[in-house]
Design a protein around this ligand. Sequence first.
Ligand code: ZN
Length: 163
Amino acid sequence: MIRHVVKFPHAALKTVAKPVEKVTPQILELLDDMLETMYADKGCGLAANQINLLSRMIVMDCSEKHDSPVKLINPEIVWHSEEQIIVKEGCLSFPGACVEVQRHKSVRVKYLDTTGKTQEKTFEAVWAICAQHEIDHINGITFLDYLSKQEQRQILERMKNKV
Ligand SMILES: [Zn+2]
């Protein structure tokens, strides 16, 4: 089911999401909904906060063919490279906005998979950027938080003109 994606400044985007205690059929259904919503909106990542659900879950697919969905429950960055890269990022909660953020080039993420097992996976380049962006979301952080007050104002002005 496609869910409504909340837009900034919705309170859910500023709230720290709670850990998922148990991977239930309902959780799996929500993850499917998140992926469906993300694909429908042509995004490459979505965090539960963005559909006003305050649970620590993210989905991603940074592949060219959009055929490599990833579902991460309670994701946590356990290692990151020293090397950083800057990529222009979009966000489904900030329609039309495009922001440059400096992030780690690779990150290792610990998470629960859809069977409830603990896993670790290393993400590189665009996948690593996306993972950092989405994990920020479940911590109540958006890319706006990396910008100066003046840059924030510019982005929000531009968003207003789009609506
Ligand atoms: Zn986002």
